[in-house]
Design a protein around this ligand. Structure first.
Ligand code: TRP
Length: 444
């Protein structure tokens, strides 16, 4: 299927797997469980679900509509609809570049841990172990190179033969592994307490900060705010149903995050660890859990395979955003683009990798990796999301968007009125408040 000579997804299911692959990543397996762990368990979960339903789905639909309407990369898409708004796409490509550079470093750690788990080294002080692993000069860099190499290898083969084919294998595998780990986790003695924490809301822990954390997490987890879904939507045929896709993707992503919490938190409780240990939960607390668990070596290995796969299907979407821009706008070949872009992003990741203890690289009081993470999440994605809403709500206009979303009136879109209000008012205002909060103008 080629319309105007541009590549397209082979099947609808293939597109859904690829988009779910983009969404399900380190955000679900690493960030969501530790945020839930330190923000009141089920209370955080409930707030997160509300935000996904109101704001996540709204922006998902907006991004897919922009992409499918223009059949162009993030920059080209905005440029085509309104020249003045090209900057939103440019910000998106920059965000993709920046995020992938450090995302690949963490993906590399996950490969390193996958290999290490086989040798059963997780006994002893796992915090010390993690510290000595990441502060090494060469080992994390080599894994970063391996991770980036795998990412390039998939994107190099194009939409249907690369991204879609890889996602159709990796996403089902991911859900199966997750379920195996959940069964293990829930059958541990003492797991019930963790389940209770996870499913019984404690609203006393909810503050304005909790809501902000949930909103930021929704963006990152759904791959929103930087034209990723614009790019994936641009490979959709004019016959696809955008309304149902924009619900299926967030529902699957949220299910994956929910399951990740169910896999991780009960096990953490069962062995008496602290669920609110923060970002170290995945690389420090969990290895200690696996060290004590019956068959822990096997489950530890399986877990890090899972994390690596999830990170990889997200990384390919980040590289695709940057590559699609170069392929469409500079008319480079896909092969040359992915190799060169991948190399440059790898190089940009080097300071992030080294900043974890090997070399002292600080910017504004943060190590380089944390700085890249901060800039992309708190500035680029949040502002990007806000501009996308304003653009669709007020510039391109909800009626033009409606035409695209309903395939020129042939598909029903019963919630058009609700969506219009969300995209014009609720989402941009909520995001603006998040932005002010996250750059520290005020704090809850
Ligand atoms: N959603 C992915 C995760 O949860 C990360 C990711 C992939 C992403 N593509 C993105 C985040 C685009 C923001 C924008 O790990």
């Amino acid at each position: 299927m080629q319309e105007n000579g541009r590549e397209q997804w082979g099947t609808r299911v293939g597109f859904i797997f690829a988009a779910v692959g983009s969404a399900v990543g380190l955000g679900n397996l690493w960030r969501f469980p530790h945020l839930t762990g330190s923000n009141g368990g089920a209370a955080f979960l409930i707030i997160y679900l509300i935000i996904i339903a109101l704001i996540g789905i709204t922006i998902m639909l907006s991004e897919l509509a922009i992409g499918r309407a223009t059949q162009l990369n993030a920059v080209g898409a905005f440029k085509k609809l309104s020249k003045k708004w090209t900057f939103v796409g440019v910000m998106g490509v920059i965000a993709g570049f920046v995020i992938l550079s450090y995302y690949s470093v963490i993906g590399g750690w996950s490969i390193g841990y996958m290999v290490r788990s086989l040798t059963g080294v997780f006994s002893g002080d796992t915090a010390e172990l993690f510290g000595s692993f990441v502060s090494n000069t060469w080992e994390p860099l080599i894994w970063h190179a391996v991770f980036m190499g795998l990412t390039i290898g998939i994107v190099y083969n194009g939409i249907k033969g690369g991204i879609e084919r890889a996602s159709k294998i990796m996403i089902p595998a991911l859900f199966i592994m997750l379920i195996i780990i959940i069964v293990r986790s829930l059958t541990l003695p003492g797991a019930a307490e963790g389940v209770a924490f996870y499913l019984k809301p404690d609203f006393s822990k909810v503050t304005g900060g909790t809501i902000m954390a949930a909103l930021g997490q929704a963006f990152f987890s759904l791959s929103l705010g930087m034209g990723c879904m614009v790019t994936y939507g641009s490979y959709l045929s004019k016959k696809e149903n955008l309304v149902s896709s924009s619900a299926i993707i967030p529902i699957s992503d949220t299910l994956a995050a929910f399951l990740a919490g169910l896999a991780i938190l009960p096990a953490v409780f069962a062995f008496g660890f602290d669920p609110s240990s923060g970002p170290g939960l995945m690389f420090i607390t969990l290895p200690a859990v696996f060290a004590q668990m019956p068959l822990g070596t096997f489950f530890g290995f399986l877990f890090f395979v899972l994390v690596t796969i999830a990170a990889l299907t997200s990384a390919i979407s980040l590289l695709e955003v940057c590559s699609a821009y170069v392929i469409d706008e500079w008319k480079w070949s896909r092969k040359k683009t992915t190799l060169l872009m991948g190399l440059v992003i790898f190089l940009l990741g080097i300071p992030s990798s080294l900043s974890q203890g090997a070399v002292n690289i600080n910017l504004f009081g943060m190590d380089f990796l944390s700085f890249m993470d901060y800039i992309s999440n708190n500035v680029l994605l949040t502002l990007g999301g806000m501009f996308i809403c304003i653009f669709v709500g007020w510039i391109w206009g909800v009626n033009n968007a409606k035409k695209e979303i309903t395939n020129d009136g042939t598909i029903k879109f019963g919630l058009f009125g609700v969506w219009s209000i969300l995209v014009k008012f609720v989402a941009p205002i909520a995001i603006f408040i998040l932005f002010l909060n996250s750059i520290g103008v005020f704090s809850f």
